[in-house]
Design a protein around this ligand. Structure first.
Ligand SMILES: NC(=O)c1ccc[n+]([C@@H]2O[C@H](COP(=O)([O-])OP(=O)(O)OC[C@H]3O[C@@H](n4cnc5c(N)ncnc54)[C@H](OP(=O)(O)O)[C@@H]3O)[C@@H](O)[C@H]2O)c1
Length: 252
């Protein structure tokens, strides 16, 4: 049966767990060949095995996208081995919460390095390929989906630098959207609320304890993957610019 993304190639960063892994599976199910980028190669291999077993095409790219050369290399390998690039899902991210006062600067550096610079390196390397795909690709349209957060819409005490990075992703996405819209590269921003993934587990124990007490209803990674798949399968003349998705019970 023909699928909407047949003949297209997608690169998903942070594909070794959570939203990235679910998104890669969802795009593969729509017919895209998927390149899976992250640092944990064993997790990527396992996901690639599942995708292939379901009849799809998957390429494992072990890479740390905070390193400019590795980020650029991930895009280059995708194009070299899968032949093109129609869709970039800029998903890799880290969320290290807690008060600004006395926060370890290393946590801020990790967030800026990955959520901002890693995303920018991938976007920069991918854009020439996305512009080409929009001209000569099977769908005559290309997509960059940047994963932000509810924290990219509203800053709260305790998420200062995480919010800073996600507000930045929003600003960059809207500026780039305007720049490339007429060339049929769609730039979309997805802002998830609480989702059950490994994201919170990287926090210091004392921070984790205080976040845990705030945990309410959470979505599944597949719920966000659904949204991303919806965005990139729209017809050529429809661009979903922004999507804010919360668990039903999440108020703020
Ligand atoms: N979960 C939520 O509630 C929530 C809410 C709003 C927004 N988000 C956003 O959703 C995105 C995905 O997060 P998630 O919730 O799915 O968390 P996750 O399960 O922790 O996934 C994060 C992914 O990023 C990858 N990653 C981390 N550092 C990397 C690096 N240097 N280079 C390449 N990949 C790297 C991780 O793989 P490796 O460790 O193998 O490299 C992993 O695959 C993030 O941008 C996050 O901010 C999540």
């Amino acid at each position: 049966m023909k699928q909407t993304l047949d003949g297209t190639v997608a690169l998903v960063t942070g594909a070794s767990s959570g939203i990235g892994a679910a998104t890669a599976s969802a795009l593969a199910a729509q017919g895209a060949a998927v390149a899976l980028a992250a640092r944990r190669a064993d997790r990527l291999e396992s996901l690639a095995g599942d995708i292939r077993a379901a009849g799809g095409t998957a390429l494992v790219i072990e890479s740390d996208v905070t390193d400019e050369q590795q980020a650029t290399g991930a895009v280059a390998r995708t194009v070299a081995e899968l032949g093109r690039l129609d869709t970039l899902i800029n998903n890799a991210g880290v969320m290290l919460l807690g008060p600004v006062v006395d926060a370890p600067l290393s946590e801020w550096q990790r967030m800026v390095d990955l959520n901002v610079l890693g995303l920018l390196y991938c976007a920069h390397a991918a854009l020439p390929h996305l512009l080409r795909a929009a001209q000569d690709g099977p769908r005559q349209v290309a997509d960059m989906v940047n994963i932000s957060s509810v924290a990219g819409r509203a800053a709260r005490a305790g998420n200062g630098v995480y919010s800073l990075t996600k507000f930045g992703v929003g600003a960059f996405s809207e500026s780039l959207r305007q720049e490339v819209a007429k060339r049929y590269v769609r730039v979309s921003l997805v802002e998830p609320g609480a989702t059950a993934t490994e994201l919170a587990t990287h926090n210091r124990p004392e921070v984790l304890e205080s976040i845990r007490s705030q945990f309410g209803q959470r979505m599944e990674a597949a719920d966000i993957a659904d949204a991303v798949a919806y965005i990139v399968t729209r017809p050529r003349h429809v661009a979903v610019n922004e999507m804010l998705i919360r668990p039903t019970e999440q108020e703020r």
